[in-house]
Ligand binder design. Structure first.
Ligand code: NAD
Length: 506
């Protein structure tokens, strides 16, 4: 791996060393602590990075604060901000293979998916470059005579971006592009499972020419994220991760009324009506719950199947599930890689045991694969449970692994009732050839995204976010601009005299 970072402290072991980005320089932690990135496919400790403590977080926030308060970034013209975002998009395209490969080494996702996802990141840079140049307020036609009233959108200030491991760069770009377009500065804390890919992106940010301090990256664990979230110099926290941590961040932010957006977990329903194109729906269910080894927030992990096709659909799904090719995530033919880390592996196997104890019927998978060639990897077979009821833990709690549960329903009203009976509300899928039903379902499902006859599509133009415990706020599209700007209203008096100081309406 080539890196433009200066080499970290010499070490005899055969692993790559990285530093973090603070105020335009590549640094070790103040107390020199480090931690490893572990490849979940073969267990190798292939890289190490600094473990940032309070002092490092403070230095990063101060750098971002200075770049904001002295006008380095907010006073940079929108045209120049756009130019730098476009340059970043170009560099991402040039380095897409490296960026994709490193993400696979970190989290075991398929190169087959990550390659395309990484190349698509440039589109976010280009889209928000256009937003930077065209973002505007409004002139308001008021009923107050001789007043010119208008709004301007201003950046919030220092944004802390705290990200998870399942799509480390995509979920970061969802924050970084609108935040920088609007004139905010940033401190990024990537997941401890996937720090290196974010540091490589930091190299591209530096190479693109963003001024020092505009984007800072601190690597570390939950404690590093907590130190960042509670730092008084942070004006806004943009978090993607688990609902449990998201709630603690909301409490921390509330203490100083910092702005906050939360993209959290889900237990999304994927609903198959008997009038659906069933072979397509089987593929849609596979894509919804087994892509990325089930480690997507939007996973369609509750598969609701209409009673009159339940047995036939279950059989077709099981047959296809058992054909999924598990293996090396860097092999383009592989259809399912590992889960990302040991704790996740234990959690998924624990949930499989819970489902059995609750009385669900195991229809496919349910254990580690037996192939000795896969013994070192954190693999779990793609797993399907039948005879599940919506009150079971396996139907209510997010597994974040390759586990689908099948729940039968009778009619449309019953499907809606089950689908909405969840603390979450991130996404939903509907499979039907009845266009009126499709529209009715879109309206009745309580979720931030509803796909009809497809699943797991996202794009920079389309807002994404959750209802209820799936989060607060929206990423992507023009809605994301609201998350990174304050609206200021200006009243310019065109010649009124203040005749009654105690009655503003006079
Ligand atoms: P996580 O909540 O464990 O960690 C997310 C990030 O928060 C990491 O960087 C972690 O170091 C940091 N963190 C942990 N404790 C913290 C604390 N007390 N204060 C501040 N930061 C802290 O989540 P994860 O395991 O990395 O990711 C999986 C979760 O993310 C799943 O629940 C998944 O549904 C969710 N997710 C949601 C979306 C979405 O867009 N809604 C997308 C991807 C993942």
């Amino acid at each position: 791996m080539t890196t433009s970072q200066p080499p970290a402290a010499a070490d005899t072991e055969d692993r790559e060393h990285y530093r973090m980005l603070i105020d335009g320089t590549w640094r070790d932690a103040a107390d020199s602590r480090r931690f490893d990135s572990v490849n979940p496919f073969d267990g190798t400790h292939w890289a190490d990075v600094p473990l940032a403590g309070e002092a490092d977080v403070d230095a990063a926030v101060r750098a971002a604060r200075a770049a904001f308060d002295n006008g380095t970034w907010p006073a940079t013209t929108p045209a120049r901000r756009a130019q730098l975002l476009r340059r970043l998009g170009d560099l991402i395209t040039e380095r897409a293979d490296d960026l994709a490969r490193v993400q696979v080494l970190e989290n075991g996702k398929l190169i087959r998916e990550v390659s395309g996802q990484t190349r698509a990141l440039a589109g976010h840079c280009y889209f928000y470059a256009g937003v930077a140049e065209t973002m505007h307020g409004h002139t308001l036609a008021g009923s107050v005579p001789d007043m010119h009233v208008f709004t301007v959108r201003e950046p919030i200030g220092v944004v802390a971006a705290i990200t998870p491991w399942n799509s480390p760069l995509a979920l970061l770009l969802w924050k970084l592009c609108p935040a920088l377009a609007a004139g905010n500065t940033m401190v990024i804390k990537p997941s401890e499972i996937t720090p290196v890919s974010t540091l490589l992106l930091g190299e591209l940010i530096t190479e693109a020419g963003f001024p020092a301090g505009v984007v800072n990256i601190v690597t570390g664990e939950g404690a590093t994220g907590a130190a960042l979230a509670r730092h008084p110099g942070v004006d806004k926290i943009a978090f993607t991760g688990s609902t449990a941590v998201g709630k603690t961040i909301a409490v921390t932010a509330a203490e100083r009324l910092a702005r906050v957006s939360l993209e959290l977990g889900g237990k999304s329903p994927n609903i198959i009506f008997s009038d659906a194109d069933l072979p397509n729906a089987v593929n849609g269910v596979l894509a919804g719950v087994f892509a990325a080894t089930g480690q997507t927030c939007m996973a369609g992990s509750r598969v609701l199947v209409q009673q009159n096709i339940y047995d036939m659909f279950a059989a077709a799904l099981v047959e296809r599930t058992e054909q999924i090719k598990i293996g090396d995530p860097l092999d383009p033919d592989t259809e399912m890689g590992t889960v990302a880390c040991q704790s996740q592996h234990t959690k998924v196997l624990d949930y499989i045991a819970i489902a059995r104890d609750e009385g669900a019927t195991l229809l496919a998978g349910g254990k580690r694969p037996e192939d000795p060639a896969l013994a070192k990897g954190l693999f779990v077979e793609p797993t399907v449970f039948g005879d599940v009821t919506n009150d079971m833990r396996i139907a209510r709690e997010e597994v974040f692994g390759p586990v689908a549960v099948l729940i039968p329903f009778t009619d449309e009203a019953h499907a809606v009732e089950i689908a909405n009976d969840t603390p979450f509300g991130l996404a939903a899928g509907v499979w039907t050839t009845d266009v009126a039903r499709a529209h009715r379902m879109v309206r009745r499902l309580r979720a931030g995204t509803v796909w009809v006859n497809n699943y797991r599509k996202t794009n920079y133009v389309a807002p994404f976010g959750g209802f209820r415990e799936s989060g607060l706020g929206r990423e992507n599209g023009m809605d994301a601009v609201n998350e990174y700007t304050e609206v200021k209203t200006a009243w310019i008096d065109l010649g009124n005299r203040i005749t009654d100081p105690f009655n503003p309406r006079a």
